[in-house]
Each structure stands twice: as structure tokens, then as C-alpha cells.
Unconditional design. Structure first.
Length: 530
């Protein structure tokens, strides 16, 4: 077997090249990280351990008797690279300190969060304190030297993502951070600052809060309950999206009213839900950040879930019988999205006089249908009152209805053709035929005979239109005229023509004429020029 000619050789070669390219970049980046960590270990008299290509390296050491570690993580697309410095020491409280963001300030103004105040306005404006132990934290950070130590850690020249406590010590996260900046980080200064803070923490829980004004602070949010609610909210997005996609594919609504009503209904429901979440989260230490997640999930999830659910249930719960309707295609078009094409046809609406509607069709049907063609659309009324489409097929003798349009009180009896030299005028009879000689054909008349369902009831005026189509399906021309069917006529006929005063202008081929009444399909016929 000649390997280079094997059909799987090229994909395997490209895949292997991509894999080894990514692996090479990873190894090269890891080498830069290890070089930087070696420099860090040398400056803080530590040791680099647990060298791993994917988990990252760890620098271990001791400073003033306190063990510390430094771990660099390369990060990912959504998580930037970071260096985490940890100092082991017993900590009596839970606290995370971050630089205060605009959203933190906004949440404080609207009363969404309750944060302990240290009494130092500049410090309180600069940092956000995430804790569930307000009194101990206020007493601890009430000391000027402690606030100054925190401030120095945030201002050593590198971006501090957060400073916090754990069960066994303090940690500080520097992020975002590039691997080539590791050798420049004053790690000794960060470790020294963390060790100094760690020495203060054991006594912090014994501080009293006398003389400090109490804040209306609620217990931190239960992680289990928050996770459960987030999981439920998270299901709204994929569930609503799947329901909407499947619903539009299987239970395609004829109009947009159902979707618009579902979207409008989702607005008050979303507001009620967010109000409840706001009142539930309000006053809890760091829960205001979680409120952003609830907000995004609700604003996207509820409209998707309600529109998808409305479309699916509108068709799934509908037990009414189908109705077959004949429509006349007035136009067709397609829409190109990033990954797919959608094909549509437009036609005069039978629900609203004078308006047009569009429906999506298959690519196969789209390639066959042209403007002026007739289709049979099967519909059901819908559980929520929104008519939906159960099928679209070309018009054939087998599926042609007795009454092409239920709203027209006319019954098609026949469509016949004859040739004449006159373009207009009252032509009552002629020599009907299906074929005409090209050397003799001038104006080809199309006569429509029909029964009057309003016989002995009332006069009715109609707008008739004749669309002549070339052998290739394109539109040759259209003629129209208004005609009144009198109440004393049990039957009626009408004719119109297309052609030229002199013969020889008709190309050979089969021509099709579609007859419309008030924009609705009445019937069609064919003739041949030989």
C-alpha cells in the first residue's frame, strides 16, 4: 500500500502535526515557567518540587519560620495565567479581599450587598471585603497597621486578583501574569507581608466589636441551595433552545404571534423571578456577584424556555383535524447563516386579506417551485390558537381540493385556450385547442368557466389575474381585470389573452397559465406552441 496515497493519510498527518505543535508550544512555555520559578526559588531560598507538564510547578520554602508555597498556573482561554502564594498559619476567620469594582459599588448603592466597614473611607472605597464574620473582620481591619499591610500587598507592582484566608493559612493570587514576568516578581515581599498578616489572624477572632455600629448582615448564601437554583436556571437555556429548535422544525407556526406573545409574557415572569432572587440574596456578603449569574440566566433562559415551550405544546397538544389549503407562491428566497441555509416561500395570506406570509420549505421543494406555482399546505389550528403547518407539498391531481380556496364562492369548471387576432374586446366563443402553430399564433386567450356559489344570493366583484409562464418556468407576463358575477348567474365565464398582433413571436414549447382570484389560486392550464 502506498501510504501517501491512502485517503486517511492527509487527515492523520494534519492531526499529528497540530498535536505535536501544541505539545511543542506547551513544552517551550513550561521551560520558561520553570526557569522563572528557579529564579523565584533562588531569591526566597526555596526548592522547586513536583515538576509537572500540565499541573504546574511548586516552589516550597520557609520564611521567618512559616512554611510557604508558590504555584504558577498557565491558565486557559477563559482563565488567565496566575501565581498563587500560600503561607501556612492557623486562621480564625474567613475573608477574601479584592479591589472594589464598579459593580461592587453599584450593588452597595442599591442595597444588594452588606459589607463590613473598617472606618477608613479610603480603604473601604478601594477594597471589597467578602466575609460572613463581620464583627471579627471589622475589629481585625480596624487596626491601621493591618490595613496598611493589606494596602502594601496590593501595591507591590503586580496585579492582585484576591487576598484571602483558608483553613490552614493565607493565600494571594497574582493574575493575569505572563511566564516571562516570574523572575521580576518580588515574591519575598509578598511572602513577608502574608506572614505578618498571618500572625495577626489568631487573635482577630478574640477582638471585641464594642463601639462599632452593627450592620444589617445576613448569613452567607447556602452553597447547596445556590448550586441547586443555578442548576435549575442553567437547564432553562439548553432546554428552551432545544424545545424551540425542535418546535420550529416539527410544529412550525404559520405566524409570529405565538412567539411574540410568549416573549411578552416572559417579561413579567422574569421580573418577578429576579425580584425574588434579589430579596433572597440582599444583605448577604458576596452573593451580589452571584446575582449577575442569575440575571444573565434569567434574561436569556426564561424567554427561550417560554417560546420553545409554547411552540412545542401548541403542536403537541393540538388534537384538531388537519385542513388542506392551496396557495400560490408569489416569491421565494433563502437565508444564509454561518452553518446552514434556510429556504422560504411567500404567498397571499388566507387569514388576513391583502397580506402575505412566508413558510420554510425543504431544499428539495425549494429547487422545484417557482413564482406562480401552486402548493398544498396542510395546517392545524393549534392548541394556543396559532395555526401551524403539518406539511407542504406540490399541487398534483391527487391532492387538489374540490374548492381551491375556501374563502372564494367560485367553483372552477374548466380552463380552455383559443387563438385570436384581437388583444381585447368581447370574445365569447372561439376554437378551443391545446396546441397552436408558431407561424400562426398571435394572441392566446385563456377562458375560465366557473360555478357561482352566490347564485340567487348577491352580486360579487372579483379581481381576476392570468399569469403566463414560459416553458422554462419564468414569468412571461400577467394581465388582470375586475369582473362582477351577478346573482342571477348560476355559472359564469371570463377570458383574457397574451400575445402579439403578428404571428411568429411565440417560441416553441409548453406554456402554463395560472389563474388568480383576489390573489388566491383558482386553477391552472397548459398549452403548447409547436
Amino acid at each position: 500500500m502506498d501510504l501517501p496515497q491512502h485517503p486517511f493519510f492527509l487527515p492523520l498527518f494534519i492531526g499529528a502535526a497540530v498535536f505535536f505543535g501544541i505539545l511543542f508550544c506547551r513544552i517551550r512555555k513550561t521551560a520558561n515557567v520553570r526557569s522563572g520559578l528557579d529564579e523565584v526559588a533562588r531569591r526566597v531560598h526555596g526548592v522547586v518540587r513536583r515538576k509537572s507538564l500540565f499541573l504546574g510547578d511548586l516552589v516550597e520554602g520557609r520564611h521567618n519560620g512559616a512554611p510557604f508555597t508558590c504555584r504558577y498556573r498557565m491558565g486557559s482561554r477563559k482563565r488567565p495565567p496566575s501565581l498563587t502564594i500560600r503561607v501556612e498559619a492557623p486562621c480564625a476567620m474567613k475573608l477574601v479581599i479584592r479591589s472594589e469594582s464598579r459593580y461592587d459599588r453599584f450593588a452597595r448603592r442599591i442595597g444588594l450587598m452588606a459589607e463590613p466597614e473598617t472606618g477608613d473611607s479610603e480603604f473601604d472605597k478601594a477594597y471589597f471585603l467578602d466575609t460572613g464574620e463581620n464583627e471579627a473582620v471589622k475589629a481585625f481591619l480596624g487596626e491601621p497597621q493591618t490595613r496598611s499591610a493589606v494596602d502594601r500587598l496590593f501595591k507591590l507592582g503586580f496585579p492582585v486578583h484576591e487576598l484571602g484566608t483558608e483553613k490552614n493559612g493565607l493565600y494571594l493570587v497574582l493574575s493575569p501574569l505572563r511566564e516571562n514576568a516570574l523572575g521580576k516578581i518580588p515574591v519575598a515581599g509578598y511572602v513577608d507581608g502574608l506572614v505578618r498578616l498571618a500572625r495577626e489572624f489568631p487573635s482577630a477572632s478574640r477582638f471585641t466589636a464594642s463601639g462599632v455600629t452593627d450592620l444589617s448582615h445576613r448569613r452567607p448564601l447556602s452553597r447547596g441551595l445556590a448550586a441547586l437554583l443555578l442548576a435549575v436556571d442553567g437547564l432553562l437555556l439548553p432546554g428552551g433552545l432545544i424545545a424551540l429548535i425542535l418546535g420550529l422544525d416539527r410544529f412550525q407556526p404559520l405566524g409570529r404571534g405565538l412567539i411574540l406573545n410568549a416573549l411578552l409574557l416572559s417579561i413579567p415572569i422574569t421580573l418577578i423571578y429576579l425580584t425574588g432572587v434579589f430579596l433572597w440574596i440582599r444583605g448577604r456578603s458576596s452573593s451580589h456577584r452571584l446575582f449577575l449569574v442569575f440575571l444573565v440566566l434569567a434574561l436569556v433562559g426564561f424567554p427561550l424556555a417560554m417560546t420553545g415551550g409554547a411552540v412545542v405544546t401548541n403542536g403537541f397538544w393540538d388534537e384538531d383535524p388537519e385542513t388542506a389549503r392551496q396557495i400560490l407562491v408569489t416569491n421565494r428566497h433563502y437565508r444564509q447563516s454561518r452553518n446552514r441555509k434556510s429556504w422560504y416561500v411567500t404567498f397571499p395570506s388566507w387569514r388576513r386579506h391583502g397580506e402575505t406570509e412566508q413558510i420554510s420549505v425543504s431544499c428539495r421543494l425549494y429547487s422545484k417551485v417557482r413564482a406562480g406555482d401552486a402548493l398544498v399546505v396542510r395546517t392545524k389550528p393549534g392548541y394556543w390558537g396559532e395555526e401551524w403547518i403539518t406539511g407542504v407539498n406540490p399541487l398534483t391531481p391527487e391532492n387538489r381540493a374540490d374548492e381551491p380556496v375556501a374563502s372564494l364562492p367560485l367553483q372552477l369548471q374548466s380552463i380552455r385556450f383559443f387563438e385570436s387576432a384581437a388583444a381585447d374586446g368581447p370574445v365569447s366563443e372561439g376554437r378551443f385547442a391545446k396546441e397552436f402553430a408558431r407561424q400562426e399564433a398571435r394572441f392566446i386567450y385563456c377562458r375560465v368557466d366557473m360555478g357561482n356559489h352566490l347564485w340567487r344570493d348577491r352580486d360579487q366583484s372579483y379581481l381576476f389575474a392570468w399569469r403566463y409562464h414560459n416553458p422554462d418556468g419564468s414569468l412571461l407576463g400577467e394581465v388582470s381585470g375586475r369582473f362582477t358575477v351577478a346573482e342571477e348567474w348560476q355559472t359564469a365565464w371570463l377570458s383574457h389573452s397574451w400575445g402579439w398582433q403578428r404571428p411568429g413571436h411565440w417560441p416553441s414549447g409548453d406554456y402554463r397559465v395560472v389563474v388568480l382570484v383576489d390573489g388566491h389560486f383558482l386553477g391552472e392550464g397548459t398549452f403548447t406552441i409547436r
